[in-house]
Design a protein around this ligand. Sequence first.
Ligand SMILES: [Ca+2]
Ligand SMILES: [Ca+2]
Ligand SMILES: [Ca+2]
Length: 191
Amino acid sequence: MTWRTTDRRFKCCVVFATAVFTYACSAPPDPRRTNFEIKGKDTTAKYDPKTGRLKRIDTDLNKNGRMETFSYWDGARVLRIEIDKDEDGKIDRWEHYNDQNKVDRVGSSSKDDEVEDTWTYPDERGFLARVDSDTDRDGTVDKREIFVPRDGAPDGRVLSIVELGLDKAGKPARRLHYRPDGSFEKSEVLR
Ligand SMILES: [Ca+2]
Ligand SMILES: [Ca+2]
Ligand SMILES: [Ca+2]
């Protein structure tokens, strides 16, 4: 997934996070009385039997009778939200959260086979900042795209740098630079 220019924001995460946080923070029935699972109409919440802490919420967000959104929790902290957007039984979006319950990165699968190989990072304002890819799917990110604000459009983003051949330490073999208008500027060979 590559955007040369984009206005994309991470709005959907915010909407969903608000919905599940509202759920997580409202006082559920005592989970010890419900075998550590509480079923609602569109939501099932599961609790750790040992600690009683919230572990997971399954949600039918679009209310069509099928759960497609699965969030993983440690008490009031959301760790990860997995979403099967097209409801084909395979997860296609992984939202990873930091310790402030904010989106750190969003994972996706380029082959739609439930293997995360692309991660999109927002900046502090929620705009696209970076895309990391594991193009050969060996478990190590090998490509990085960096986006910057577009000239004259503070809410727009444009691709600025592409790093290729990243090693395990994250050092690139090549770096491509793009001008603010999106045109190619130069290529550096780094090793
Ligand atoms: Ca659904
Ligand atoms: Ca799917
Ligand atoms: Ca790789």
